[in-house]
Design a protein around this ligand. Structure first.
Ligand SMILES: [Zn+2]
Length: 176
């Protein structure tokens, strides 16, 4: 489940009641009919490559603080995924990129000690291939949620990577 469950109706402040709809119980307002739907979070990440190198960012925030991951972030409402990825890469690492093909659609698995298998799926992750715009590959600056950003070769990638999405995509990249 993504996000908080409301106790009171955000429209009329009546206490919400759980009502079965199709196969799910949803918080529903008995006064005005408001129903709380849980929309998935959507994130975009980039497998940014340049020749023999792949770009990784060291996380400055939790979850997985201090570990290396592919760069990216959450989409804003009204944004398209490729524009969201270009915006995130400019904000986090100052790198203008060309976004290429969609590589994978992955679950957004986040560690949660309360979950039966130790993690919950908070949404979906769209993973795109990308390349730096011509002449910009050394323009790397760490901002926002990032404390460091570097190019790695298959031999120099850190052993402990954040998130299954990053681990899976780096494994795919190494096979090529
Ligand atoms: Zn209401």
């Amino acid at each position: 489940m993504a996000g908080p469950v409301y106790t009171y109706c955000p429209r009329c402040a009546t206490a919400l009641e759980m009502q079965m709809m199709s196969d799910r119980a949803r918080p529903t307002c008995p006064a005005c009919g408001f129903i709380q739907f849980h929309d998935p979070k959507v994130a975009v990440i980039g497998l940014v490559t340049c020749g023999e190198h792949v770009l990784l960012t060291k996380r400055a925030v939790n979850p997985e603080i201090g570990k290396w991951s592919l760069p990216g972030g959450f989409m804003d409402a009204g944004e398209m995924p490729t524009a969201a990825l270009q915006r995130e890469l400019m904000e986090e690492i100052g790198l203008p990129v060309v976004v290429n093909e969609l590589i994978e659609v992955l679950p957004m698995l986040v560690a949660d000690a309360a979950a039966p298998d130790g993690q919950v799926n908070r949404g979906i992750v769209l993973a795109y291939a990308a390349t730096p715009r011509s002449g910009t590959r050394e323009q790397l600056q760490a901002h926002d949620d990032v404390q460091d950003v570097r190019w790695f070769t298959a031999e120099t990638i850190p052993p402990e990577l954040a998130f299954e999405s990053t681990q899976k995509l780096i494994a795919l990249w190494r096979e090529q």
